[in-house]
Design a protein around this ligand. Structure first.
Ligand SMILES: N[C@@H](CCC(=O)N[C@@H](CS)C(=O)NCC(=O)O)C(=O)O
Length: 249
C-alpha cells in the first residue's frame, strides 16, 4: 500500500534555528505548510509559546495519519530524525552499513550537542569576567576555537560533513555559522574550510528555497561571509542592558 502524502506544518520563529526544518523538507522534496512567527521583540510571541510547553521554535505538527490529534514535536534535532525516519526513504542519512556512519552521527549531533552550547557558554562567561585575560574566559574561548578548528578541518578535507554525501548533518549545522551569528558574532576569517563549506551549502536550491519561504528578508551573502551578518538589534540591546560591561570587552 502506498504511504499517504505527508501533511506537515512547520512553526518557525523567524531569524532562528527553525530554518533547519524547511531546509530539510526542501531537500527531501516533501510538501509542507510553514507558519511564520516574528520575535516579540526577542523571544516567541504568545501564540507560539502556547503551542508547546517549551514555547520555542521549531515545532512540527504532523497531521498525516491523525489530523484530529496531530502529533506535536519540538527540538530541531528530534524533528530532523523524525522526518528522516518517517518520510526520508533513506535520503540525507547514512545507514549503519555505510563506512561513514559514525561520522554522520557525530556531525549530526555536533551542532546542538557541542558547537552551540560552547559558543553560548563563552558568551555567558564574557559577561561575568573583568577582562578577556581572565582564565575562565580563556578556557571557554579555547573550547570554541577547538570546535571551529575541528569543523574547519573536516570540511576542508571533505565536501560535506559526513564525507562525499550531503546529509542532515550539514542541514543541522548551517544555521550555527549564518543566522546564529546575529546573536553571538564570531569571525570566520581564520577558517577557510568553513567559508568554502558555507558557500557550497548556500548554493543548494533547497537552502535558497527554504530561506525564501522562512526568512525572505535575511541576507544570505552576509550570513556566509567571514565577518558574518549584522547583530539582531533586540538581542544586542537586551544583552547590553543586562551586562553593559560585556559590550566593552
Ligand atoms: N534546542 C532547541 C532550541 C530551540 C530554541 O531555543 N529556539 C529559539 C529560536 S533560535 C527560540 O524559539 N527562542 C525563543 C524563545 O525561547 O522564546 C532546538 O534545537 O530546537
Amino acid at each position: 500500500m502506498a504511504s499517504p502524502t505527508p501533511n506537515l506544518v512547520v512553526h518557525h520563529l523567524q531569524i532562528g534555528q527553525g530554518e533547519r526544518i524547511p531546509f530539510l523538507l526542501e531537500e527531501l522534496a516533501l510538501p509542507y505548510t510553514i507558519k511564520l512567527y516574528k520575535r516579540a521583540p526577542l523571544l516567541s510571541p504568545p501564540e507560539l509559546k502556547a503551542l508547546h510547553p517549551m514555547g520555542a521554535s521549531p515545532v512540527l505538527q504532523d497531521l498525516t495519519t491523525t489530523p484530529e490529534t496531530p502529533l506535536l514535536l519540538a527540538e530541531s534535532g528530534a524533528i530532523v530524525e523524525y522526518l528522516l525516519n518517517k518520510y526520508g526513504n533513506g535520503s540525507l542519512s547514512l545507514p549503519p552499513s555505510h563506512a561513514n556512519y559514525a561520522d554522520y552521527l557525530y556531525w549530526l549531533h555536533f551542532s546542538n550537542g557541542n558547537l552551540q552550547p560552547t559558543i553560548f557558554r563563552r558568551a555567558t562567561v564574557k559577561g561575568l569576567v573583568p577582562d578577556l585575560d581572565d582564565k575562565r574566559y580563556k578556557m571557554a574561548d579555547g573550547r570554541v576555537q577547538t570546535c571551529l578548528q575541528q569543523f574547519n578541518e573536516r570540511v576542508a578535507s571533505n565536501t560535506w560533513l559526513a564525507g562525499d554525501e550531503f546529509t542532515a548533518a550539514d542541514v543541522m549545522s548551517m544555521w550555527c555559522f549564518t543566522t546564529m551569528r546575529q546573536f553571538e558574532p564570531f569571525d570566520l576569517t581564520e577558517y577557510p574550510g568553513i567559508l568554502g563549506w558555507l558557500k557550497r551549502v548556500s548554493e543548494r536550491p533547497a537552502y535558497k528555497a527554504a530561506m525564501a519561504k522562512g526568512d525572505p528578508d535575511l541576507d544570505i551573502e552576509a550570513g556566509i561571509s567571514a565577518k558574518g551578518p549584522s547583530p539582531f538589534g533586540a538581542f544586542a540591546a537586551a544583552r547590553a542592558e543586562a551586562s553593559p560591561k560585556r559590550e566593552k570587552l
